[in-house]
Design a binder for this molecule. Structure first.
Ligand SMILES: [Mn+2]
Length: 340
């Protein structure tokens, strides 16, 4: 039996078809690598639904890696996800929030023998050709929103933990509701019963790594500020997290920041640059870093306001010397571009 449905949102008919697959005895819910809260929340909710339909069934969730944020959420709701490459595939495999096969580490030939179901909100790819059934709603800001809609259509009100997982997925993929639409708010009102919205926001506000925070502090304490035409140019260096440091320095007041990281062991110098909009109107950081990267015998590039470069580091020169040279070069080339 082949059901192919491409709906804007799950209709009663498509939900009925989905249930035929979810009633199976053994199902693997599979999602993309570095599984984010939308993927994990979607899998957890679908697994719950399968369990309600078939309490004696054997259901598993797998991914080959999982994000730190998702881990926090799983801990909070006391759920587990198997992290494994090339999981054993049962007859029914449900792909969640995954738009292409290279986001999975799975044996493609074996997958072809399975009944593959896909529930997703990304742009449709060839992956749908592999599916017996799919619900792909490109207009939905999250997969968790589609799945919540399925619960609503079924008149199944999920327990608190499942709703927390769904809310986290929706909040995460909508960038804390910036990308929400009218339907999103209806679904939030449905899911939030008895749950603190602040708690969901808290679950998604990941404390950054200690090493990252220390790098920010070091970058700030080592910072040198130079002026060009009333613009503050910040120069600094750290041993890691240079991109996040450059971003932080701009967020606290610099117009443009260059942060160098010398990785002696890898024989590499990296520079990360960030700037405000007023700078990028005149100087494209991506082109600037490309230019400096070439000059240093490496490669650079990026966006208007966020860019970087990698260059080889011979290791003969003193590390501090290299840092000084690279930062001076960045400053000089920026000044030239700005004053053009
Ligand atoms: Mn998603």
């Amino acid at each position: 039996m082949l059901f192919l449905v491409n709906t804007m949102e799950p209709t009663r008919e498509s939900v009925k078809n989905l249930l035929k697959f979810l009633k199976n005895n053994e199902i693997l819910f599979l999602c993309h690598h570095n599984a984010d809260p939308d993927a994990v929340g979607g899998c957890i909710a679908l697994k719950y639904l399968a369990k309600t339909l078939n309490p004696s069934g054997n259901f598993k969730i797998s991914t080959n890696s999982i994000s730190k944020l998702s881990r926090n959420i799983l801990e909070e709701i006391d759920e587990d996800v198997e992290v494994v490459e090339y999981p054993k595939l049962p007859k029914t495999v449900v792909l969640v929030d995954t738009s292409s096969i290279n986001q999975l580490s799975v044996d493609e030939n074996k997958l072809k023998d399975c009944d593959v179901v896909l529930i997703d909100h990304h742009k449709k790819t060839d992956l749908v050709n592999l599916c017996k059934f799919y619900i792909v709603d490109e207009k939905s800001p999250s997969t968790c929103e589609i799945i919540s809609e399925i619960f609503r259509k079924l008149n199944v009100f999920p327990p608190k933990n499942i709703r927390i997982a769904l809310l986290c997925g929706i909040l995460y993929d909508t960038k804390h509701l910036k990308l929400a639409n009218e339907r999103t708010f209806g679904i939030l009102a449905y899911l939030i019963k008895g749950i603190s919205f602040q708690k969901i926001l808290y679950l998604l506000s990941q404390e950054s790594d200690r090493s990252k925070r220390i790098a920010h502090l070091k970058a700030c304490s080592r910072m040198e500020i130079r002026e060009v035409d009333g613009i503050s140019v910040a120069l600094s260096h750290v041993s890691s997290h240079e991109a996040s440091c450059a971003k932080t320095i701009v967020s606290i007041g610099a117009d443009i920041a260059f942060v160098v990281a010398v990785r002696k062991r890898e024989g590499e110098v990296r520079v990360s640059a960030r700037c405000r909009k007023n700078i990028s109107k005149k100087v494209h950081l991506g082109s600037l870093m490309e230019k400096i990267g070439k000059e240093l015998g490496g490669e650079g590039g990026g966006h208007k306001e966020a860019a970087g470069l990698n260059a080889p580091y011979g290791g003969k020169k003193d590390k501090d010397e290299v840092i000084k040279e690279v930062l001076n070069l960045c400053f000089k080339r920026f000044k030239e571009e700005w004053e053009k």
